[in-house]
Design a protein around this ligand. Sequence first.
Ligand code: BG6
Length: 471
Amino acid sequence: MEYKAYTSFDPDFLWGAATASFQVEGAVEEDGKGLSVIDVMPKNPAITDFSVAVDHYHHIEEDVALMAELGLKVYRFSIAWTRIFPNGNGEVNQAGVDFYNRLIDALIKHQIEPLVTIYHFDYPQSLVEQYGGWISRESIEDYRAYAEFLFKTYGDRVKYWLTINEQDHVVRIPSRLGLTGEDHYEQLRLGYQANHHMCVATALTIKTFHELGMEGKIGPAVSYSMVHPASSHPDDILASKDAMLIKHNYLMDLHCYGEYSYSFQRYLEERNFTPAIEEGDLELMKQYPPTMLGVNYYFSEAVRAFPATEEFPIGYQKKSLLPEAEAGVFEVVKNENLAATDWGWEIDPVGLRLTLRELYDRYKLPMIITENGIGAYDKLEEGDMIRDDYRISYLREHIKQVKLAINDGVPMLGYCAWSFMDLVSGRNGMEKRYGFVYINREDFDFKDMRRIKKDSFHWYQKVIASNGEDL
Ligand code: BG6
């Protein structure tokens, strides 16, 4: 829709950038930190692991000074559960608590609002060993108790909280659940059980948040993006609706309405994936929904129908981290209308406006973009220059669409680019860079870890200073 007149961003719009603990901190065995599932997962010899990352642990003052120079109004970061509770439960590690106190205090000193992710993929390995981790119901109380500790410790300064980052990814990536050895279908079945426990844990945590009289807002950071039909053929349109359900809406319906939608129940039943649900679980979720949503958005997908055959029977899934093809449901295909990143992620700024509209239509919650950005092979040139015009163009086009979504009537609290500084990419090591700040290290050469401002840093500085007018 076009309009005769357009409004600007609110004066208190939170311009920000994000990171996650395991991708930036390093120091994985320092100052009493316990091991997480990320620390023990099998190493890929072709790329770096996360043990040193970009050494943010030893650079917080310098890094926060750069955030202030950039003009950030909000900084999204995650707390490493195993710095606070090395075993996931039990003894508190004071050195870990102090580290985040220092970080939060430094942010506040520079008038940067902290936006805290309680848990971003780095689940305590000890909980996997104690009782199997998220696949066991015992996990619920440990997560809640950890969150309660954070509320009581940092809640005097932190007003915005994200419960679990990209739960849909966690439940489908076996190493992030600490699973080993099970076959693909058993992993999926366990994943849906873990998913249920995470939803109950989220609701209980939101209950605790209210009971403690915490100010501010809380909700999950969800990976949510449009799945377009590859054509106007009704079968493809149905496939896109089903893909939206299986990839995204099943989880949002649980978080926001405490329900397994009728169609998702059928999907689970047919595959023997229905989790054990205890009395009161769904009621609890209904009673304690999120008060905001964090939205991670990078790309959209296009799908066509994928009729089951003898060769590919109903339920057959291409074994991949995320659902890309499932016989009898959908298959992801190339969208000829869109360009893609070097990693094949299709760039779709309008898809972001559609995503925000879809989420607000369905769930009516205020939102903040918690991740949006482009991974690229940045090149450090003479004179410490990084000419990342492709990043500027990606971010500019997406921010324009956030503004249009606001004009459509969607309440947006803010926008966090991914990422503040280069970090170790979830699956591609150091070669896939996202930051406004370049970190001078390679996969297997730590160099000097120098922080260098990219062209996009100077551009975003102006965007923030002009409250989104100077794009
Ligand atoms: C999101 C995660 O899935 O995508 C981040 O929350 C991650 O942790 C980001 O870095 C980009 O993915 P990748 O694999 O390119 O690092």
